[in-house]
Design a protein around this ligand. Sequence first.
Ligand code: UDP
Ligand code: MG
Length: 327
Amino acid sequence: MDTVEFSLVVPCYNEEDVLPHFYAEVVPALDAALGGDWEIIFVDDGSRDRSRQLILGLHLQDSRIKGVFLSRNFGHQAAVDTGLCHAKGRFIGVMDCDLQDPVQVLLAMYAKCKSGLDVCYGVRARRESPWLLKFFYSFFYLIMHKVATHDWPRDAGDFCVVSRKALDAVLALPENSRMFRGLRSWVGFRQLGLPYDRPNRRSGKSKYNLRKLIDLALLGFVGFTDFPLRFIGVFGFAVGLFACLLMFFVVLNRFFPQFSLFGYWVGVSPVATTILVIFLFFMSILFVFLGVIGEYIRVLLQEVKGRPFAVVDTTVGDVARPETPAR
Ligand code: UDP
Ligand code: MG
């Protein structure tokens, strides 16, 4: 495969307003930094406006501009992934079309990767978004940071530069429900977050509606956590423990009323308390059983995802070279 130094993957969905600005701003910056050894891959995610014609026009004008056109709107994440599969670069960048990701930050990330990092991703220090959206994002990233099965960086979107090595590791992951920012952090290697201020989109409207945002959040949550499945079992045990404690106090109150700490409370209606205890006890058994099933589902989920159990960075010595799983 003939390679280029830098590939830039840009998902576009109905971005006719902003594409000309993108070209005018990004191409001179790439030229200045890379001396022409780059390609831009616009992934048209089934746009219904003139984005497709604009991309074709840019390609005719400049062959380093390339287009991958999807057959319909598959969504942002699918567009990013498709672009990444088509990139030839030794370093690969991902940025949105709406110029919310500054090209100077992209080049700073490229410089970091060039000096030895494998993944450099943008961390949104300040956003110009409505407060409700900001709250939603912060909440999501806080939860993911706390409960994800691997170290999930806070406030990092897809905006990044990665080395060929890191990208190949991401592309080798066979799962189909893919969230790039999650897989990118999952593969490891040397990673760094670069804080930047995220302005409003330059032109046009956000292509994300509430449903798409919730889908994205669920994609990340289900793909990279197993906390809920485990929580069921823990919850069951906790309820069971509570039922046992309550039973203890009922018995204590019955035989040694003088020692009972909650004598009054339990003593008012020992029959009702006993029924409550029995109810809670069986509820707890139910939850523990659900938790056990959850554990099996968790392992099943892991198998179905088909991710390799580890990603090898380098080896020394003449070891066998296993084939990466094909996608
Ligand atoms: N996008 C896409 N497919 C979609 C939705 C969005 O390719 O179904 C692209 C869009 O053109 C943009 C990027 O993904 O380049 C981010 O979308 P947007 O700016 O609308 O999201 P926001 O920044 O508001 O979260
Ligand atoms: Mg945007």
